[in-house]
Design a protein around this ligand. Structure first.
Ligand SMILES: Cc1cc2nc3c(=O)[nH]c(=O)nc-3n(C[C@H](O)[C@H](O)[C@H](O)COP(=O)(O)O)c2cc1C
Length: 367
């Protein structure tokens, strides 16, 4: 089957992508002090040079004291970090690629002792206090306003340094998703209750980002049913509920939905083969990005547990069939691109036999 569908340009408003291959956001933890280094610049440049149409950067934290949850994660605030990102942008553009930062707040996943200020606990929809010690600070209305403002500022900065859009990380059980999910949001104010009310935080945040960047700057929103706290969790059980969930987000200013699944071929609801990106495209009329085990024979979370597993390259036939049928518009590739900077070029040029397998060892270095 021809791979041409993956290498057709894509246009949405002012955003023009040279191919349909998107690099999925992947935390790499190679930015000491939160500043992307020259190695990080080279890492992204190589993917753009080898046919990736759009790079979504690793999660990069917005300017709020509790946004970060892990060591050596790049910041998206501060003169030093933004200067580092500007070099990444320029290098990617010089190769003809496009790039957006994934703006991230980890919420209640943060632990005391984490950089940049070890004394700051996690912030989440609700408090967790143990033996009189605040482990999670329950967010007040002022905290909510502060985080919304931090996302808006980060988006404005992304535009100022030449990024081609932003991706808001609303998936995987981090802060925005903690508000969506009733398992982590039992608030009894206007930010809790029904899914519509639990979405209020995201809606306000997207609206503020839209105001900060103006009408033409692309906003991608990543969401997922699964949570890192519970892989089988679901926000919605039916297509109708999915439509009701997504409409306010689209109305608030989302241009593209990035529908995070672990296996792209799995039907989202009974009675249809459509995956989450397929349903989202159909229900919202917005372009969508699919993701999950593209080009590999094992899904990504098992690699965090079974450390000696190796994922072998797998056929793209099912993916291409769906892309050709316009089930979704763009295809995000994670581990296959993490281990092999030339993955897209190898697919494009019929060099499948040269594609590298993925194992956890690949996480140890930036290539
Ligand atoms: C090492 C690693 C780091 C990741 N970090 C992020 C992240 O920062 N933000 C995010 O939304 N997803 C993150 N993910 C999930 C990926 O974006 C992607 O959805 C997942 O790996 C499935 O795609 P794949 O099967 O092609 O690898 C990460 C995945 C891996 C393997």
């Amino acid at each position: 089957m021809s791979v041409n569908a993956l290498f057709k340009p894509f246009q949405l408003g002012t955003l023009q992508l040279p191919s349909r291959v998107v690099m999925a956001p992947m935390t790499r933890s190679f930015s000491p002090g939160g500043v992307p280094t020259a190695k990080v610049v080279e890492y992204y440049r190589r993917r753009a040079a080898a046919g990736v149409g759009l790079i979504v950067t690793e999660g990069t934290t917005v300017g709020h004291k509790a946004a970060n949850g892990y060591p050596h994660v790049p910041r998206f605030y501060g003169v030093d970090a933004l200067a580092g990102w500007k070099q990444v942008v320029d290098a990617v553009h010089a190769e003809g690629g496009k790039i957006v930062p994934q703006l991230w707040h980890v919420g209640n996943v943060r632990r005391l002792g984490t950089e940049p200020d070890a004394a700051v606990p996690g912030y989440g929809p609700q408090a967790k206090i143990k033996d009189g010690k605040v482990l999670i600070h329950g967010m007040t209305h002022q905290d909510i306003a502060d985080v919304v403002a931090a996302f808006a500022q980060a988006a404005a900065d992304a535009k100022a340094i030449g990024m081609d859009g932003v991706e808001i990380h609303g998936a995987h059980g981090y802060l925005i998703d903690q508000f969506f999910w009733e398992g982590s949001n039992q608030r009894d104010d206007e930010y809790g209750g029904s899914l519509a009310k639990r979405s209020r935080f995201a809606v306000e945040l997207i609206q503020a980002v839209r105001v900060a960047v103006g009408p033409d700057f692309p906003i991608i929103f990543r969401f997922s049913q699964w949570k890192q706290q519970d892989y089988s969790a679901r926000l919605v059980q039916t297509p109708e509920a999915l439509g009701d969930f997504l409409k306010p987000l689209a109305d608030a200013g989302v241009d593209i939905f990035h529908c995070s699944t672990r296996r792209f071929w799995e039907p989202e609801f009974e009675g249809s083969d459509l995956n989450l990106a397929g349903w989202t495209r159909q229900l919202t009329g917005k372009p969508t990005i699919t993701v999950g085990s593209v080009g590999l024979d094992g899904e990504f979370l098992q690699f965090m547990v079974d450390t000696d597993k190796v994922a072998q390259p797998a056929s793209l036939e099912n993916l291409l069939k769906r892309l050709n049928a316009d089930e979704f518009d763009l295809v995000a590739v994670g581990r296959a691109l993490l281990v092999d900077p030339d993955w897209a070029a190898k697919v494009r040029d019929g060099r499948e036999q040269d594609i590298l397998p993925f194992s956890r060892e690949a996480l140890a270095s930036l290539v």
